[in-house]
Structures are given as C-alpha cells and as structure tokens.
Design a protein around this ligand. Structure first.
Ligand SMILES: [Zn+2]
Length: 139
C-alpha cells in the first residue's frame, strides 16, 4: 500500500491509501477520488516532503495566501530549515529517536522518513512534522 497526501483545487489536504501508484492514477482518472471536505474530484498529489524534528521555531502560515505567496512562504520555510537544521537524510527516524532519548545531541534535524517511520515516531511521542518541500530555483 502507498499513502499519498492529496490536495483538491481548494487546497484541502487529505490522505489516501492506494495499492500502487498505478492504482492511484487509475482511480484519479476515473474520478473515484473525492475531497472529503468539499467533494471535489479535481485532486492532485501533494508534494512529498521530508520531516522535521523540533519545529518549535518553524511556523508556516498558509492561510489566505495566493499560490505565489504560498510558494514563497514554502521556499522561505525550506531555506529556514536548511539554514537551521542538520540534514540527516535517510537516518532521520533513527536520529530523531536518538535525540528524543538523549543519546544524541539535541539539535534541529531534517531528512527523509517513510510514512510508516513517521507514524512510529508519533506513536513514541516524538514530535516530527511533515512539510511541503518545494524545489528552489525554478520559476
Ligand atoms: Zn476540497
């Protein structure tokens, strides 16, 4: 099973589970996926994003923003994370766990985690956030 974060045209975010990416494509094309909030069938995959631990100082307000302003805010968020947090890549879950248990230096980190890893961390009471990771540099 694959979990996708989806958005509708009104930017409602929701999750969907699919047997495969092909199954998602087929269901999306057939109009079988609807936004749970507004029932729109114009949905798209939200960009996959890495997780960030210790996000206390990072707040992204995406309310009432135009797409351009939202993108700018996300670029800003990404820069903030890249400047202030250490990239730990695929070791994110292990590192977040080590910091939580005091086995590693307490510091902000970011990196990649699978949805399963994210859920496991949440169950262990480890505070991580999944953020939209926009590409920087292309217009
Ligand atoms: Zn919607």
């Amino acid at each position: 099973m694959i979990r996708y974060e989806l958005t509708c045209r009104k930017d409602h975010r929701f999750e969907g589970w699919f047997a495969s990416s092909a199954a998602y494509d087929a269901q999306a094309e057939a109009g079988e996926i609807a936004c749970p909030v507004c029932n729109s069938k114009k949905i798209a995959k939200a960009p996959m994003a890495p997780s960030v631990a210790k996000t206390g100082s990072i707040k992204a307000s995406t309310k009432a923003l135009t797409p351009a302003a939202m993108r700018a805010a996300l670029v800003e968020l990404r820069r903030h994370v890249e400047t202030n947090a250490e990239h730990v890549g695929e070791n994110f879950a292990d590192e977040a766990r080590a910091i939580h248990h005091g086995e590693a230096e307490d510091r902000p980190i970011y990196g990649d985690a699978t949805p399963e890893e994210g859920e496991a961390l949440a169950e262990e009471g480890i505070n991580v956030a999944r953020i939209p990771w926009v590409p920087v540099g292309d217009a």
